[in-house]
Design a binder for this molecule. Structure first.
Ligand SMILES: [Zn+2]
Ligand SMILES: [Zn+2]
Length: 342
């Protein structure tokens, strides 16, 4: 089968012919119908975030059809439409046992530690699959598995309560979902901060108040629009020290800043004025939980989460096209989500 693989960090991905995987007893082979291209994949390609073993097929946002099943799999059959949770977990360690399986000691992430979905087929344990309802297109099922899932997890980690105000920093793939999910969870006013006019316009259509950070200081603007109070919840979904700092600075009393963007650079916090004086909190957000995925499917079915305008480009399975999509992500282009349709 064809697969677009990372051979060496710092080099472009390459198209390879690899053997068709054969499912073990508890595994399922999925014919990939859609695979989302995520900002994390750009980090994997440059080597900012380590991938092993190499070479490895990237792609952790996958939906498709069950193509073959192992002998012990009873809950899926060939032809089922499915989406794939990207973690293969052990199911028995302390973290798997207490519902925090994203920290499973032997977790393997598809597209990072085991072959992913930039390919014609992908193989995962049956426990990592969910049925994808007929009403939800494969491309939407794929992007639900990472960007939308991270947004929901971030809102949950931030303990958003009905009526509370929210600021979303970065309204690309994660942020456009975060705005819609915040609304579905009953948020009060939602502020969308970005530097791309097209993304801000989309956020406005989803009910957020757009703030263009090229035209104003977003912290001062949020303070102005909240009568000086600041927001209850701020989500940082970009991975830049400057926006992380802004997410903290725009908080009000008892505000929570949930940071999901990835950077290895630091940012400055003034403990007295920014945290202690407000009893504000900074919260790290890592991945999402498998049990949040059925909730996401329901948000889509109930039309609280519309992914149609989030899929802004579709590609064939082709190394050159995938590499240029990753290049555009590196430069924070105006696309929201690119999906490979092999
Ligand atoms: Zn992702
Ligand atoms: Zn485990």
């Amino acid at each position: 089968m064809k697969a677009v693989r990372l051979v060496q960090p710092g080099r472009p991905l390459e198209m390879h012919d690899v053997p068709l995987p054969r499912p073990g007893p508890q595994e399922v082979r999925v014919r990939v119908k859609a695979a989302g291209i995520c900002h994390s994949d750009a980090h994997y390609r440059t080597g900012r975030s380590p991938v092993n073993p190499l070479p490895l097929t990237l792609g952790h946002e996958v939906a498709g059809m069950v193509d073959d099943i192992g002998g012990e799999v009873s809950n899926f059959k060939c032809g089922d439409r499915v989406c794939v949770h990207y973690l293969a977990t052990c199911g028995v360690c302390e973290y798997c046992g207490n519902g925090n399986e994203q920290f499973c000691r032997s977790a393997q992430m598809m597209g990072k530690h085991r072959d992913g979905g930039y390919a014609e087929y992908v193989m995962m344990p049956a426990t990592s699959l969910l049925l994808l309802p007929d009403q939800i297109p494969f491309a939407h099922g794929a992007i639900l598995m990472c960007s939308a899932a991270t947004s929901l997890h971030a809102l949950r980690k931030a303990r958003l309560e009905r009526g509370e105000s929210v600021a979303v920093f970065g309204v690309g793939g994660l942020g456009s979902s975060a705005v819609q999910l915040a609304r579905a969870l009953g948020a009060g006013e939602i502020f969308a901060v970005d530097i791309q006019a097209t993304k801000l316009e989309l956020a406005r259509e989803f009910g957020a108040r757009p703030i263009n950070a090229t035209e104003c200081d977003p912290v001062a603007e949020i303070k102005r629009l909240t009568d000086g109070r600041g927001v209850s919840v701020a989500l940082e979904l970009i991975g830049l020290p400057v926006t992380m700092q802004q997410a903290v600075q725009c908080l009000g009393i008892h505000g929570r800043a949930a940071l999901a963007g990835i950077t290895d650079e630091g940012f400055e916090v003034f403990p007295y004025t920014e945290l202690i004086n407000k009893e504000a909190e900074i919260i790290g957000v890592s991945d999402h939980l498998a049990n949040e995925l059925p909730d996401l499917l329901n948000f889509v079915l109930e039309r609280h989460l519309d992914l149609t305008s989030l899929v802004t480009r579709r590609l064939a399975l082709d190394a050159e096209q995938v590499n240029s999509a990753l290049d555009r992500l590196e430069h924070f282009g105006d696309e929201i989500r690119t999906v490979i349709e092999p």
